[in-house]
Design a protein around this ligand. Structure first.
Ligand code: HEM
Length: 146
């Protein structure tokens, strides 16, 4: 179970990062280029939302089936926070990525309520770009991509 979810979470991460990069660049270019918001732009932002939510679900399952999870009872909060690798996997990576996905969700729902193309692209640019920076800041780069 653990290995399967780890592989799924590891490969789905390529898609999640790629589509978020694309959606962020797309909205930034179109915001500064003063372009019209088309159905294609809605599809890119929606696809980003869906893909990131699937990654979140995989991450949540992985969290509880990972052998590392037992460290909560074995070492406690103090022990986990003292070790940078365990802190990354058990605290920073999940927490920061949940915040990033909340930002994607807020950005997506806020942009839908805006009436002008410019304000839609502005909201998407801000929320998706912050989410991307957060997400990239807490990827375990020493083991991924491998
Ligand atoms: C878009 C968001 C996310 C991305 C791009 C992402 C990406 C990754 C990557 C690339 C790895 C390394 C996989 C490997 O070792 O091959 C990983 C590990 C892990 N992720 Fe995520 N993740 C995301 C969100 C989450 C969330 C929200 C959680 C938990 C709530 C989570 C839990 C974990 C855990 C527990 C591991 C370590 C598993 C282990 O080695 O035992 N991830 N993640």
């Amino acid at each position: 179970m653990y290995e399967i979810i780890l592989v799924l979470h590891s490969y789905w991460a390529y898609l999640a990062i790629l589509i978020l990069v694309l959606a962020t660049i797309n909205s930034l270019i179109k915001f500064f280029g003063k372009k019209e918001f088309h159905a294609k732009d809605l599809r890119i932002s929606l696809f980003t939302l869906i893909v990131s939510h699937i990654q979140l679900l995989l991450g949540l399952v992985l969290y509880f089936v990972s052998p590392r999870f037992q460290l909560w009872s074995e070492s406690g909060m103090g022990g986990i926070m003292k070790d940078s690798i365990n802190r990354l996997y058990l605290v920073e990576h999940p927490l920061i990525n949940i915040i990033a996905i909340i930002l994607i969700t807020i950005g997506y729902s806020k942009h839908k309520k805006k009436s002008t193309s410019s304000s839609k692209f502005k909201i998407l640019s801000i929320f998706y770009a912050i989410a991307l920076v957060l997400l990239l800041s807490r990827i375990p780069w020493d083991v991924w991509p491998n």
